[in-house]
Each structure stands twice: as C-alpha cells, then as structure tokens.
Write a protein that binds this ligand. Structure first.
Ligand SMILES: [Zn+2]
Length: 365
C-alpha cells in the first residue's frame, strides 16, 4: 500500500535540506507547501513550528516530529546502498527526525490517494527540539484538538513504542574562591578549581541505577597560570524516570558542592532548573492499545521501551496530551554513521497507516 519509491525520495529531499536547530526555515517552507498540497490548513507560529490540520472521522489524533537536526551538517548527501540510507560520511543523515516527517507525509498522502478514512489530524512539526525542546515549549497547545498522539522520534526495530521518558534537571554551580599570587602567597588564596574538583569527585555520576543518570558536562574557570582561581563554573544534569530518585540525586550533587565549599572556606551558588518532566503510559491507555492493534494489523510485534532521553513528547504530555514516540527506524543518530533501512521505514509507514485507519473507524477506544 505504501509507495516506497516516493517515501524514499521524499525522505532524501528532506535530508538534503540542512536544518540545524534554529535554521529550519527552508525545510519549514517546503513542508508548508507539501501540507497545503495535501489540502491541509497550515500555519507557522512565532518561533517557527509548523502546525497543520486535516479533517477526518472519529477522535482527533496528533502526529508529531521535529524539523531540526544536530550537527555536523553542510550540504548533506544521503546515499542509498543495499537498502540502507546513510550520509556520505561527512555529516549526520538527519533521519532524526526527517524520517518521522517523511513518514507522516507519506501516510497521509497514501490515505488521501486511496480514499482511506483518516481521523481528524493535528500535525505538529517543531523547531529547536535538539537544543532543549524549545519549539514544543513555545507551542500554544490550546491550538490542538487531539488529546492523544503519536510521535515519530525514536529508534529501534519497527514496532518499538517508547512508553516512558525521564524527568530532567540541569544544575549550574558557581564556586567563589579567593584569588592570590600563586607563587608569592598561595596560602592567601582559595582555589575555586580545587573546590569544584573535590565536589565533582565526591558525587555519584554516570549510571546511578536502571532509570537514573547524572553527568557533569562543563567546567570553566581560571584566569592565569600564576593566579589561584577565584571563580569556577560547573554545569551538569541528572535524569530519572522516577522523580523521587531524581530529586535525591540532585540533592547529592548540590550537597557535594556545599560540603566541598565549606571545607575550603569557599562560597558556592547552585542553581537547579527542571528542563522537562517525565511520563509513563500504562499498557491499557487508549493510545497504547491503538498502537498495539495497529502493529498487529501491520504484522509487527509491539515492543515497549523506556528511554533515557527527552523529546517533544515530554512537553506535550506535561500539557495533558497523551503521546508516545514510536520508532521510525533511525539508527546511530547524532553521529556521522547515522542510517536508516528503507524496509524499516516502509513497515513503520504501514503500521502508522493501520493506526490511523483504526482510529478513524473506531468509536471512542
Ligand atoms: Zn529526534
């Protein structure tokens, strides 16, 4: 039922349009045109998200993907070899998340062409997902008719459903020491770098448990080789699919800074900010049941995974929309080895199409 050649061509065309976060304009122009061509209402909001609606039968459904990619980009050249699409090795491919967008377009095209029933569709294609879910955070969710949705922004075998994602906190610590001449009178100084190093060495980091992780990502400080550093800034993060575990981990990180500062007579200011809230959908939620039934129709075995990363789905769930990501077949994302198998895209398209038809034909599920 799916036009494989057209799906591949449309994915390749999208992949060729460089769209690092914040530079999605060309790809969004292209998509607005494509959606208008399908008869959809289309608008772009102030930050650049493309929001589109199509009429249909039954309960509305949200489809979501993001237009931006990570780097490196620059004249991306997708190549198809033995059924697998890759970049030429210099850049990422951008299957994350243009595979998701190509799938949405192809499934809607197929349904309209073949006169298949669709549910009323809200299609949200966001900007700046990779740099902190900024597009989704800025989107006015009161524009949505749908209370449930399918996101196409994860990897894994066709049939994979990401039913849970973590809550994510970021932390910034500024350590204030005392500057002194490092050769003449170092005893008058308090090294902010030493305080930060000791704090970091005493906090649990990396994988804390199966659903909790923590990382120090930046450390910045020092003025000169001969000055005891009076200022160091450290930035880190922690995530967990269990909010209480996250809060305990963040407390340990903050305490490590405070204790180290106290030992040396330094001062530390720690700022903790919630980036996004986690979610977990139960197997009997209507959207999960729809995906499982659609998978069965498409001959796929659903597999339920819990992710360690955030996505637009975190922001949308926090706004009351029950949405999960399904795999669109992307693999080795965020690297220049990123790839996607055409067969996986086709099977995912069949799965998505089956879900849409079920949604349009069923009453409330
Ligand atoms: Zn993504």
């Amino acid at each position: 039922m799916i036009n494989e050649e057209r799906l591949v061509a449309s994915f390749m065309a999208l992949a060729r349009m460089d769209s690092p976060s914040g530079e999605e304009r060309a790809v969004s122009d292209y998509l607005m045109n494509a959606l208008q061509g399908l008869g959809a209402e289309v608008e772009r909001d102030a930050i650049g998200n493309v929001f589109s609606r199509l009429p249909g039968h039954g309960e509305p459904l949200l489809l979501n993907a993001h237009m931006d990619t990570v780097g490196p980009v620059g004249n991306i050249q997708p190549v198809l070899v033995d059924g697998v699409i890759k970049s030429d090795g210099r850049t990422i491919l951008g299957a994350d998340d243009k595979a998701g967008i190509a799938l949405i377009l192809e499934v809607v095209r197929t349904a309209l062409e073949q006169g298949l029933d669709l549910p009323p569709l809200d299609i949200l294609l966001t900007v700046q997902e990779e740099t902190g879910l900024c597009g989704a955070k800025a989107f006015d969710t009161s524009r949505l008719r749908a209370r449930e949705g399918i996101g196409l922004d994860t990897g894994g075998a066709p049939g994979t459903i990401a039913v849970a994602a973590p809550t994510h906190d970021v932390l910034k610590a500024v350590v204030h020491g005392v500057a002194a001449h490092a050769g003449a009178e170092p005893e008058k100084g308090i090294s902010a770098i030493v305080v930060a190093a000791e704090a970091i060495s005493r906090m649990p980091l990396g994988r804390i448990d199966e659903e909790t992780t923590a990382n120090i990502g930046f450390i910045n400080g020092g003025r000169a080789l001969n000055i005891v550093p009076d200022l160091t800034e450290v930035r880190g993060e922690a995530r967990s699919r269990d909010k209480a575990k996250l809060e305990a981990q963040v407390r340990r990180m903050v305490a490590a800074f405070e204790e180290a500062a106290a030992r040396y007579g330094a001062r530390v200011e720690v700022e903790v900010k919630r980036e996004y809230t986690g979610f977990r959908l139960a197997p009997d939620e209507p959207i999960i049941r729809l995906l499982a039934r659609g998978a069965a129709e498409a001959g796929l075995e659903p597999s339920y995974i819990e992710t360690g990363g955030g996505s637009d789905a975190n922001i949308l769930n926090a706004a009351g929309i029950r949405i999960v990501n399904i795999s669109c077949g992307m693999d080795k994302v965020h690297t220049t080895d990123e790839q996607i198998a055409v067969a996986d895209m086709v099977r995912t398209a069949e799965w998505l199409l089956a879900c849409l038809r079920l949604r349009a034909s069923a009453g409330p599920m």
